[in-house]
Write a protein that binds this ligand. Structure first.
Ligand code: SF4
Length: 427
């Protein structure tokens, strides 16, 4: 049984000093989350109330969508709106009426705030209430902000799910709620593992369709699947749910610890747990070992982007033999990432927030073998001869649970192999 609980290091990072930075930051805004959320929620539409810049961001991030009937769009605020010359509310209502008349398949509509809508103080919460009254019961209209003033890119999903929580029905049923928009293939794997060990009922937030929306209440146990769902977790707690405290399901060790935390709550016997997990654990360990050959003893530096940094640093140092130099995260909520901090051996600088120039100085001084950062920093660092990994790939690629553990390690091994090949060619 102790095999299911990771062995902590002599000293972990939970109580390590945190370097708090409050300067300029280089991160995508929360609109980016629409790209994976709209795939997950199949009868939802995301209407960004923003500018042409917002529309371009979405279109370029979701280039593949041009062949499909999209489930997101942008209501463009023109200059006259920004100058307050037109009633933006009336225009918004007209746009929504047109959209819903054309698309009867839409059951949930999200009005997504942006920098421009915040600057002109367009009250999207009032707009959502007004439009819900007008289009109920067929469509529920909710709002959240994805603005770059307020959010980093994974906070968009957090804001979206947090907006849904107050509308979830009450339930007294004892249930497990998986929270976070996992790719379907990963969600199916999680459901199969939990079903095979007898954990039931299990529901998901977000659900695929409005009709499958889960309830929440005092007997709801929440297993977060993503470490960036701070506000959602707080909203669920306010509805009486209990958030399970576990490392995140990245890598073999993290996945086992996450599942075992759930299993204990639902009275799963250790031998049943072993029967379900032994084979996928062995597969995960084997797949990780292949990539770890490239990663072992290499140093890694995380800029703060996705909020996945702490669980990933735990995985890469413990299961792949890497050495973390700095682990930066936009926010550190110890209630949520505490179990991962416990398992991350002390040593790396733990930083929260960003002051990009100072952090670049630290990164250049350390010359890590691999730097995890946003697109804007990757190119200049590559030009300086440093290998980089784009943080955004980590949220676009299936990386959770056993079957993806090898791919997760491979995402970090690839840039190192490429750089080794290039330097071989140059030599
Ligand atoms: Fe840019 Fe702000 Fe629009 Fe994001 S919300 S694309 S940061 S203008």
């Amino acid at each position: 049984m102790k095999d299911f609980v990771p062995q902590p290091p002599e000293a972990g990072c939970r109580n390590a000093p945190v370097l708090k930075e409050r300067g300029q930051r280089e991160v995508f805004c929360g609109l980016t989350g629409i790209i994976w959320l709209h795939r997950k929620m199949q009868d939802a539409f995301f209407l960004v109330v923003g500018s042409r810049t917002c529309a371009h961001l979405l279109q370029s991030a979701a280039g593949v969508m041009i062949f499909a009937e999209p489930r997101f769009g942008t209501a463009i605020l023109e200059e006259k709106d920004l100058a307050g010359l037109a009633c933006a509310n009336e225009e918004l209502d007209r746009e929504v009426d047109r959209l819903l008349a054309r698309r009867p398949d839409i059951r949930q509509l999200f009005l997504v705030g942006s920098c421009p809508s915040e600057v002109i103080k367009l009250d999207l919460h009032r707009a959502a209430e007004r439009l819900t009254e007008r289009h109920a019961p067929h469509v529920r209209v909710l709002n959240y902000t994805g603005s770059g003033i307020e959010t980093t890119f994974t906070e968009g999903e957090d804001a979206c799910l947090a907006a849904m929580v107050p509308t979830l029905p009450d339930t007294a049923e004892r249930q497990l709620l998986l929270v976070g928009a996992l790719p379907d293939v990963v969600e199916d794997q999680a459901m199969a593992l939990l079903r095979d060990m007898g954990v039931s009922p299990v529901r998901c937030l977000p659900a695929h369709r409005a009709a499958e929306t889960p309830g929440v209440g005092a007997n709801t146990l929440v297993a977060l699947t993503q470490p960036f769902l701070n506000e959602t977790a707080a909203c669920l707690e306010r509805r009486g749910a209990r958030i399970l405290s576990a490392p995140f399901p990245f890598g073999e060790e993290g996945t086992t610890a996450w599942l075992w935390t759930i299993a204990q709550e639902f009275g799963v016997a250790p031998d049943s747990f072993a029967r379900v997990t032994d084979a996928p654990r062995a597969r995960a360990r084997k797949a990780i070992a292949a990539a770890a050959e490239t990663l072992r003893d290499k140093s890694i530096f995380f800029f703060p982007d996705s909020q996945l940094e702490i669980p990933l640093a735990r995985f890469l140092t413990r299961e792949c033999g890497m050495k973390a130099v700095e682990v930066g995260a936009p926010f550190i909520n110890k209630q949520i990432v505490g179990p991962d901090l416990d398992l991350l051996a002390e040593g790396p600088v733990i930083s929260e927030g960003q002051d990009v120039d100072r952090q670049l100085d630290r990164c250049r001084a350390a010359r890590p073998d691999l730097t995890v950062c946003g697109l804007g920093l990757a190119n200049p660092l590559e030009a300086e001869g440093m290998a980089t990994k784009w943080a955004i790939e980590l949220v676009f690629t299936p990386v959770h649970l056993y079957e993806q553990a090898g791919d997760l390690a491979g995402l970090f091994a690839r840039p190192l192999r490429r750089r080794a090949l290039l330097s071989g060619l140059e030599g």
